[in-house]
Design a protein around this ligand. Structure first.
Ligand code: PLP
Length: 824
């Protein structure tokens, strides 16, 4: 994150109370904590944050290579490995605290209003809506996306500058004590509490405890805005602050500063009659769901407290636009990949989107379609100079600029460029053949309506898609990591098209998040990943002799499970003149699938010990029933056997050999058997053996209603006339059939799908490409979305219905169903 002002490293050292050594002449504008996301390396100060599993100190040499010259560190030895006479180091006790301390003091320089937002849900929406409502009147600094954590908040507040007139920041916590620190950094003058939510977090003693922690954000506030229908909030505020604050409340039920008198929904809008200080007010919110209406009311109160006139408030609220908080990766025309960023156009989110593009390390060229960036707080010259620098850094090959402002700065950019005055001009000029085999990032400010451009560049597939939530996947990855000791390595299973969710997109995401290995079933899957730029080690679980040369060429490491495969692989290594190649030994401890058995062990040690063509990277085995407690004795026996046998092998070798036996269920249920490494599979994709509530749903299979028809009773629907109607029925036709992976056993009411929040049954037999559903009891029209499984109907439910396991459902979704990836 870049601040508009410059700090010398000396002043930073004194602000954080650190000891400085090295080059004291470095100047800083940018703060960074992630070695993969750097904007202006020469002006960046890198904080080496020490997390449970990652230590920022290990990236210093790499960052130095990339041009970074200033570091805040807590371990002075970490700099020994590099020769960097022109770099500056500030040594402190705790780098995270130093980051927070620095930004606290940066914050002190500004006296303009700052709105601080907390609550369980809606923080980002309220923040973005306040921005939409206020940005014509104020120059605003706000948190990028949902940067609301212990590191996200300081990075956000660092953007405050003398040019701005207001700050809007959100704060979220996961532990006691955290909010006090965030409160000191944000120092809000107006506080907004969005929503209480149901506490479900073991780090707090309960709902009240969590609430009490959250409201600590408001200690510097003059006014606090919240809904008084949840009595706990008012009580907690009373206990913490007595009568010292100006509480501004709204309510549907009780007298309040703003009372909702009536609510009427029509034409996709909600018309509200409000009463404030005995005055009647009418506003229209362009949404109908309860959460949006609640959020709009909070914004209303916020604007009122800033003394914005009623007339302007109601005019602006009517124009509120939905906040799309996702980046989508889709297949484009002519082998292009599209990244649609519907998020606001600003520097912070441009950087996030470019990082996602880089994370998809394809060999495709990167093209950026960028509109004018509105309301940045910088002069155009400074703004587009920053953009130009960023494009260079993130290796953008081609820029297509749309808008008057960016066109005027055309000379700033070094890559291939073309400029258009408006979206209309661009579309009028567009030749679809200009785009071939490239990664196109489409990023426009709302008024430019870039969705019109993505519609043209998008590959039109049939309406059935599998949406893959990459943020949920990262959440699940982090959950499983939290169960591991810091030194335990992680293999992630991406076999079978990553359990149906896609191959290269997922592998690149996992590589970015620094997993240690990927594992695939067959060599071809590994080759595909290598071709897509995956460089981390890949294990092939089912290596076949005919593919050994390919495996060696692509640096794929085999699972070796018997003597003959071992001998064949050794021959291949000889043939290719390769030495010291890593292999993984599989032991059969009770699964009775692939693997060496007890009688093989002695010979195994002998063959490999004196062979310089390969070495044993790891020894592993697989559990047969880790997810079910009825097999726990057996599992324990497998673990003991594994330990015994692997030690027998290990003792023949002078070097260290990793051991691993746990799959996803094993990680959750037998954490004591982690050994050196674990193999995560289904858990990453959102299915848990024990703690489903800790995981987020990753994949959603969705389609839309193609046609609706009224069919009178006693008719039949579909093949074999199996769908016998008992009464007049509204039948919906959906374009998904068994060829898509919608199992034919779901015919005749066995299967259910979700339409507008309701579960409705399949009628008649599932066809190859289509199915029919009963819409009699639900409000639905043609074109409405249908969820086969997803957030509100989990794949495990569908699996139960089919008497199978989620694995089978996920992996049998056919390749013709387009995968759409998104990041929230
Ligand atoms: C598939 C697989 C895993 C992962 O299993 P999950 O149950 O999906 O976690 C682990 N190890 C081996 C050998 C596998 O084949």
């Amino acid at each position: 994150m870049t601040s508009a002002q410059l700090y010398t490293i000396e002043s930073i050292a004194s602000l954080v109370g650190g000891e400085i050594y090295g080059n004291v002449n470095v100047k800083i504008t940018s703060l960074s904590i992630d070695s993969r996301a750097l904007q202006l390396p020469e002006e960046s100060l890198f904080f080496a944050i020490v997390g449970e599993r990652h230590d920022g100190h290990s990236y210093i040499a790499d960052l130095y290579q990339k041009g970074v010259r200033a570091f805040v560190i807590s371990e002075s030895e970490s700099t020994n490995s590099i020769d960097c006479p022109d770099a500056a180091f500030v040594l402190v006790d705790d780098t995270l605290l130093a980051l927070q301390k620095l930004v606290c003091q940066h914050r002190e320089k500004f006296t303009y209003p700052v709105i601080g937002i907390t609550g369980s849900n809606g923080k980002t929406i309220v923040k973005e809506w306040l921005y939409q409502l206020l940005n014509e009147s104020y120059s605003i600094v706000r948190s990028p996306k949902s940067y609301n954590s212990q590191v996200g908040v300081p990075l956000s507040v660092w953007n405050m500058s003398a040019d701005a007139e207001m700050g809007i920041f959100e704060a979220g916590i996961s532990q006691t004590g955290e909010m006090e620190r965030l409160a000191e950094i944000i120092k809000p003058t107006i506080g907004v509490f969005t929503h209480l939510g149901d506490a479900h977090n073991e780090n707090f003693k309960g709902k009240l405890h969590k609430l009490k922690e959250k409201i600590k954000l408001f200690s510097s506030c003059e006014s606090i805005i919240y809904c008084s229908d949840e009595p706990l909030i008012g009580k907690a505020l009373q206990v913490e602050y007595g009568n010292k604050k100006n509480n501004i409340t709204w309510s549907r039920k009780h007298p309040a500063d703003l009372k909702v008198v009536s609510e009427r929904i029509s034409g996709g809008q909600t018309h509200l009659e409000l009463k404030s200080f005995n005055e009647k007010k009418i506003i229209t919110v362009p949404f109908t769901d309860r959460a949006s209406v609640d959020n709009a009311i909070l914004c209303y109160l916020c604007l009122q407290s800033l003394r914005v006139s009623d007339q302007i408030i109601s005019k602006q609220i009517q124009k509120l636009e939905p906040i799309a908080m996702r980046l989508e990766i889709k297949e484009g025309i002519n082998d292009c990949t599209l990244i649609n960023d519907y998020y606001n156009s600003d520097l912070g989110s441009l950087e996030i989107a470019l990082d996602l593009a880089n994370q998809q390390q394809t060999d495709k060229k990167t093209t950026l379609l960028l509109s004018d960036i509105l309301q940045s707080g910088y002069s155009d010259k400074k703004l587009y100079a920053l953009v130009a620098k960023m494009l260079e850094q993130k290796k953008v090959d081609r820029l297509i600029g749309v808008g008057e402002a960016i066109s005027a700065q055309s000379k700033m950019f070094k890559c291939d460029t073309s400029f258009y005055r408006s979206t209309d001009v661009f579309l009028a000029d567009l030749n679809r053949n200009q785009f071939k085999n490239e990664l196109i990032l489409i990023k426009g400010a709302r008024p430019f309506h870039f969705e019109r451009i993505s519609n043209v560049l998008q590959y039109k597939a049939h309406q059935t898609v599998l949406e893959v939530n990459m943020s949920a996947m990262v959440h699940n990855l982090n959950y499983f990591r939290s169960l591991l000791t810091p030194s335990t390595k992680l293999v992630v299973m991406v076999k079978a098209f990553s359990y149906g969710s896609g191959s290269t997109e997922i592998a690149n995401l996992l590589q970015y998040h620094r997993v240690d290995y990927l594992a695939v079933a067959i060599a071809d899957e590994g080759v595909e990943l290598r071709n897509a730029g995956v460089t981390i080690p890949i294990i092939v679980m089912n290596p076949e002799p005919h593919s050994f040369d390919t495996m060696i060429e692509y640096r794929l490491q085999p699972e070796i499970y018997n003597h003959s495969i071992c001998a064949d692989f050794e021959k291949a290594l000889r043939r290719n003149g390769v030495k010291k190649y890593p292999i993984h030994i599989k032991l059969d401890t009770g699964m009775h699938r692939l693997g060496f058995v007890e009688d093989d062990l002695a010979q195994l040690g002998d063959t490999i010990k004196d062979n310089d063509h390969f070495f044993i990277q790891s020894i592993f085995s697989h559990l047969a029933g880790a997810d079910e407690s009825q097999h726990d004795d057996f599992t324990a026996q497998q673990i003991d056997l594994f330990n015994l046998w692997s030690e027998q092998i290990r003792k023949h070798f002078p070097y260290h050999i990793d051991k691993h036996i746990l799959n996803s269920a094993g990680i959750e249920r037998f954490p004591e058997a982690q050994f050196d490494m674990v193999r995560l599979g289904i858990g990453l994709y959102g299915v848990s053996a024990t703690h489903q509530e800790k995981l987020m749903n990753v994949s959603s299979l969705k389609t839309t209603i193609s046609q609706i028809k009224e069919v009178a009773k006693e008719n039949t629907v579909g093949y074999g006339r199996k769908g016998q109607l008992q009464s007049d029925t509204r039948i919906g036709v959906i374009p998904i059939g068994y060829a898509d992976g919608f199992n034919r056993k779901l015919s005749n009411g066995v299967g259910k799908v979700v339409v507008n929040g309701k579960l409705v049954p399949v009628v008649g037999n599932v066809c190859m490409d289509m199915s029919m559903i009963d819409l009699t009891n639900v409000n639905a029209k043609e074109g409405d979305a249908v969820t086969i499984f997803g957030d509100d109907y989990l794949v495990s439910k569908l699996a139960e219905q089919l008497d199978t396991i989620p694995y089978e459902i996920l992996t049998t979704i056919s390749r013709r169903v387009k995968r759409i990836y998104f990041q929230e």
